[in-house]
Design a protein around this ligand. Structure first.
Ligand SMILES: *Cc1c(COP(=O)(O)O)cnc(C)c1O
Length: 424
C-alpha cells in the first residue's frame, strides 16, 4: 500500500514506523520508506555505499512555502548555514531565502560560492579572527559585532582598506528564552554584548564612523513551544526598539532570531506555527510605525532543513547479548553525533528510526538496540527501540537528520569512511 506525505489518516505502515510526526514527511510504499520519490534501497544502490545522508528538496520546499504563507511578507527569512553547510544544499537554499547567516570565514566562503548576494549575508560568532573580519569587510557583508574589540578592529580594517564596514550589534538580552533546548541568551553569556553595555558600544560605533545597521538577538534553539517563542520574539523586539533610541543612525536591519524547533523525541509534538506567525504580524505592524527604516528578519536552521534529511546506514551484524538484541550498523556517532545523544543532550533519547525495508504492518517486531561500529559505549543510534525484526543487510534510516548531522560530528574518530551526502 502507498501513503502520501502529510496524510493525516491513521495508517498501519506509519503505525509500524512508530507514528512519530517525522514520518509524515515521507511516504511508505510496499513496506519500504520512500525519500525524494524513490525507495531508500534505490538510493543506496545509487550511492554505491553506505552510510549516507539524503536530503529531500521537496520537504525543504514545502517548509519554505508554509513559512512564506504564514509570515508577514515584509519579514526576511534567513537560513542559518551552520545547520547544514553542504554546498549543493546551500545552492538550493540561496534563491529561496532572503539571506544567509554565517558563523565563520569558512561558512562565509561557502555562502558566497552558493551564489548568495553579499548584501544579504550576515556573520555572527563569539570569537572572530582578524582574517575573518578582513574577509567580511572585503566581501561587503554585515558583521554582527559581539564585543568592543570587534568594533575597533572593524574600524581599523575599514580605514586601512578604504572600504565601508557594515555593522550590527548582537545583543545578549536581559531575558531568557523559556524551555529552549539550547540557551544562547540571557544571563552571563559569551554571545553578543550584554543589553546594558550596548548604548556605550553604539556611542563608540558612531564616533568611529562605522556603517551602523541595527541589531541581532538570538535567545536559543530547538523550542517547540509557541507561547515561549511568542514571548521571546516580543521581548526581543521591545528590547531592540528601546536600544534603537541610543543608535547613531536609524535601524535598517533587525534580526529577531528564531529557535523554531522540530520534533526529535517520542513525546515531541511539532511546533504550532500559527500563533508565532500572528505575533510576527503584530511585531511587523509595530515596526512599520516605530522603526520605519528597519527590515525585519528571522533566522532559522533546523526548522528549514532538519526534517528533510535522512541518515542511512546498513546493518552489518546482529548479536544477542544476555537477552538483548544488538544490531551493529556501519554508521553511527562519527557521522551523527546528535542521534547518538552526544550533541548537547542531557538525557539520551532515541531519534525516530526505521528499518527502512520492513515497514509492513504485519512485520514481526522486537526490542533492539542499534549501535555503530565504534569502540565506545557512546556509539548508539537507537537504544531499546521497538522495531521490526532486522537482519544484516537491512538499511536503518534515522529521520530528522537534515541539520547538525555530517558537519556536527567527529568524522575522523576511529578512521571509518566519511558519510556521503546527497541532495535529491
Ligand atoms: C545555531 C544558530 C541558529 C540556528 O539554530 P536552529 O536551532 O538550527 O534554528 C540561528 N542563529 C544563531 C545565532 C545560531 O547560533
Amino acid at each position: 500500500m502507498t501513503t502520501s506525505p502529510n496524510d493525516a489518516l491513521p495508517d498501519p505502515a506509519a503505525q509500524a514506523a512508530g507514528r512519530h510526526p517525522a514520518f509524515d514527511h515521507f511516504a511508505v510504499a510496499d513496506g519500504e520508506l520512500q525519500v525524494a520519490g524513490r525507495p531508500l534501497s534505490a538510493w543506496a544502490a545509487e550511492a554505491g555505499r553506505t552510510p549516507f545522508y539524503l536530503y529531500d528538496r521537496s520537504v525543504i520546499e514545502r517548509r519554505v512555502r508554509q513559512l512564506r504563507a504564514a509570515l508577514p511578507a515584509s519579514l526576511g527569512l534567513h537560513y542559518a548555514v551552520k545547520a547544514n553547510p553542504f554546498p549543493p544544499l546551500l545552492a538550493h537554499m540561496a534563491p529561496r531565502v532572503d539571506g544567509f547567516d554565517v558563523a565563520s570565514g569558512g561558512e562565509l566562503r561557502r555562502a558566497l560560492e552558493a551564489g548568495m548576494d553579499p548584501r544579504r549575508i550576515s556573520f555572527a560568532g563569539p570569537g572572530k579572527r582578524q582574517e575573518e573580519l578582513e574577509q567580511a569587510v572585503e566581501a561587503g557583508i554585515l558583521l554582527h559585532a559581539e564585543s568592543p574589540r570587534e568594533v575597533r578592529l572593524l574600524a581599523d580594517i575599514a580605514a586601512r582598506r578604504g572600504r565601508p564596514a557594515r555593522v550590527a550589534v548582537r545583543v545578549n538580552p536581559d531575558f531568557e528564552l523559556k524551555t529552549a533546548g539550547m540557551r544562547m541568551g540571557g544571563g552571563p553569556r559569551p554571545f553578543g554584548v550584554d543589553a546594558e553595555q550596548v548604548p556605550a558600544l553604539l556611542d563608540e560605533i558612531g564616533r568611529l564612523g562605522l556603517g551602523f545597521e541595527g541589531f541581532h538577538l538570538y535567545a536559543g534553539s530547538q523550542n517547540l513551544r509557541a507561547d515561549a517563542l511568542v514571548e521571546t520574539l516580543q521581548a526581543s523586539y521591545a528590547l531592540a526598539r528601546r536600544l534603537a533610541e541610543a543608535a547613531p543612525s536609524p535601524v535598517t536591519h533587525l534580526n529577531l532570531g528564531g529557535g523554531f524547533g522540530i520534533p526529535y523525541f517520542p513525546a515531541d509534538r511539532p511546533l504550532d506555527l500559527a500563533p508565532v506567525a500572528d505575533a510576527l504580524h503584530g511585531i511587523a505592524a509595530r515596526a512599520r510605525a516605530e522603526l520605519p527604516a528597519a527590515r525585519l528578519c528571522i533566522e532559522l536552521g533546523r526548522y528549514l532543513v532538519g526534517e528533510a534529511g535522512v541518515y542511512v546506514a546498513r546493518i552489518l551484524d546482529r548479536k544477542l547479548s544476555r537477552g538483548q538484541v544488538f544490531l551493529i550498523a556501519d554508521g553511527g556517532m562519527h557521522h551523527h553525533l546528535a542521534a547518538s545523544g552526544n550533541f548537547g543532550q542531557v538525557v539520551r533519547r532515541n531519534y525516530p528510526v526505521a528499518i527502512a525495508g520492513r515497514l509492513r504492518a504485519d512485520a514481526p517486531r522486537e526490542t533492539a538496540t542499534i549501535v555503530g561500529p565504534l569502540c565506545t559505549p557512546l556509539d548508539i543510534l537507537a537504544a531499546q527501540a521497538d522495531l521490526p525484526r532486522a537482519e544484516p543487510g537491512d538499511l536503518v534510516a534515522v529521520l530528522q537528520s537534515g541539520a547538525y548531522g555530517a558537519s556536527a560530528s567527529p568524522a575522523d574518530f576511529l578512521g571509518h569512511p566519511a558519510a556521503l551526502e546527497m541532495l535529491r
